[in-house]
Design a binder for this molecule. Structure first.
Ligand code: ATP
Ligand code: MG
Length: 258
């Protein structure tokens, strides 16, 4: 059975999509079979992997709201060994559409991915920057949540709010939801703020925080414009090294659990 991991933080621009693409790619590079589900109407993961070329392609919206089987929405091997279920602006209406449903509105994604779970080692969900029903669906479908935290002011407040949501999901729709880990992103060793925030987060959340933090690295922001992960774009960059380190840590944590 594949492990389903939601990459989530309701705060915008903290590195969810960058982490989704590059962790997915890192896992694929060591031979894992990976599916990335773009769960954000901005479609950044879809575009960042160059999977937005065909207008007739089914998306995660068609799967959730129009009953299209997920197999039909998978774009295979969009990047070495990563399959993706794309998203586009259609998904922006999904929160409202779902809310009108009487039953099972939190479990649409969980049900949709059930038939393909055992075809993958990891299914990674790139979540939107909100705490609405889309995010609830992701957390209900997931075995665990990986939380990227940008090294800036108010980082801790954002995580505290997210932890409340996680507890709510654990009490209602997914009592098995675990915290996979907390990842410090856009770390800049030269700034006092980065160092202070990372110390605070580590002190508060201890071992949940990955040893590897992701440095601010312009290569990481350039790679999506080429439709590739950092491992194809610049494997020697500090960004690539950091995401390779994270991949190893994720694998190590998961081999201990298994
Ligand atoms: N480590 C990094 N170094 C430099 N730039 C980065 C890094 N991580 C992310 N970025 C850039 O910062 C911006 C926000 O990152 P990203 O899209 O991954 O965040 P997000 O949390 O998915 O945003 P949203 O909430 O809008 O979905 C992007 O332009 C991305 O290229
Ligand atoms: Mg994003």
């Amino acid at each position: 059975m594949g492990k389903v991991m939601a990459i989530s933080n309701q705060k915008g621009g903290v590195g969810k999509t960058t982490t989704s693409i590059n962790l997915a790619s890192g896992l694929a590079h060591v031979g894992k079979k990976v599916l990335l589900i773009d769960f954000d109407s901005q479609g950044n993961a879809t575009q960042g992997l160059g999977a937005n070329q065909n207008n007739s392609q089914a998306t995660i919206y068609s799967v959730l709201m129009e009953g299209v089987p997920i197999q039909q929405a998978i774009v295979p091997k969009v990047n070495p060994r990563i399959d993706i279920v794309p998203a586009n602006i259609n998904l922006a209406g999904a929160d409202l559409d779902m809310d009108k449903m009487e039953y099972g509105k939190e479990e649409l994604l969980k049900k949709a991915i059930a038939p393909i779970r055992d075809q993958y080692d990891y299914i990674i969900i790139d979540c939107p920057p909100s705490l609405g029903l889309l995010n609830t669906n992701a957390l209900t479908a997931a075995d665990s949540i990986l939380i990227p935290v940008q090294c800036e002011y108010y980082a801790l407040e954002g995580v505290t709010q997210l932890l409340i949501t996680i507890r709510l999901v654990q009490r209602t729709s997914n009592r098995n939801l675990k915290i996979e880990g907390i990842l410090l992103t856009m770390f800049d060793i030269r700034t006092r703020l980065s160092v202070d925030v990372s110390q605070d987060v580590r002190q508060t959340f201890g071992k949940l925080v990955y040893q590897n933090s992701i440095p601010r690295n312009v290569k990481l922001s350039e790679a999506p414009s080429r439709g590739v992960s950092i491992f194809e774009y610049d494997p020697k960059s500090t960004g690539a090294k950091a995401y390779a380190g994270l991949t190893e840590e994720v694998l190590k944590r998961n081999s201990k659990e298994a």
